[in-house]
Design a protein around this ligand. Structure first.
Ligand code: PEP
Length: 257
């Protein structure tokens, strides 16, 4: 059965000292969480220190991006084996901010996904439509292109080790959330795409997170949907208590399935 995976994407927030403190607060807050896979994604700068804080706990470590090459002249980038060395479990790939501001394409997403999988880490593959695309009736075509692009050439065994984050771009950091129904419909569509690529059993095993202004007030409704298997959380992950306020309904949802 697929897992509920709730990951905090801290983006470009928190100094190293603040990250260590927030990581310690998250570790304390979730120590009794058993069913939900909890992960936190600090900046690259704070990853190694936060790795020490989460070591041996039930909090997994995630990175916010990666480069697909092993090493070399790629100023500003970090490779997958560097992340693996310090104990990273998940890597967020293809976040809409990467796609919008830093030229991420479905092709670079695919290269990163393959590299991360080859080193035994789990990619969190972000997909989602802009408001103009949704209003223009392109939701399904956008999701189809992004899913097919991200999974190009991946085996079924590889696919089983991925997590998808469906994040409508218009809901990220805006305070506007997709309704439970809108989110469920998009998640079911994405699972259908995965089923076309790999068959139903693989598609049923892949966790599909929702992302976009998820917070304690709306988490139970979203996480109660049959195809929503967790969340990728931005703003509400920057405080341990609001992050826990999303994880707790996730734990209840996991127990009721
Ligand atoms: C995100 O960055 O992936 C995200 C969903 O952000 P927020 O929760 O702030 O909308």
């Amino acid at each position: 059965m697929r897992k509920i995976v709730i990951a905090g994407n801290w983006k470009m927030n928190k100094t190293v000292a603040e990250s260590v403190k927030l990581a310690a607060d998250v570790v304390a807050a979730v120590k009794d969480i058993r069913q939900v896979v909890v992960a936190i994604a600090p900046t690259y700068l704070a990853l190694a220190k936060v790795a020490e804080v989460v070591k041996g706990t039930n909090v997994k470590l995630a990175a916010q991006d990666v480069h697909w090459e092993n090493q070399g002249a790629f100023t500003g980038k970090v490779s997958a084996d560097m992340l693996q060395e310090i104990g990273v479990d998940f890597v967020i790939i293809g976040h809409s901010e990467q796609r919008t501001y830093f030229g991420e394409t479905d092709e670079t997403v695919n290269k990163k996904v393959r590299k991360v999988l080859s080193l035994g880490m789990g990619p969190i593959i972000c997909i989602g439509e802009t408001l103009a695309e949704r209003q223009g009736g392109q939701l399904e075509s956008v999701l189809t292109t992004q899913v097919n692009g991200a999974y190009a050439g991946l085996s079924a065994d590889d696919a089983r080790r991925t997590v998808v984050a469906y994040e409508p771009v218009w809901a990220i950091g805006t305070g506007v959330t997709a309704s439970d129904d809108e989110a469920q419909q998009a998640h079911a569509f994405v699972r259908g795409l995965l089923a076309k690529l790999y068959g139903d059993s693989v598609a049923q095993s892949i966790s599909i997170q929702y992302g976009g202004s998820m917070k304690p007030e709306n988490a139970a409704g979203l996480l109660g949907q049959p195809d929503i298997d967790g969340g990728l959380i931005g703003g509400a992950a920057l405080k341990a208590d609001s992050f826990l306020g999303i994880i707790t309904p996730g734990e209840s949802a996991a127990q009721s399935t």
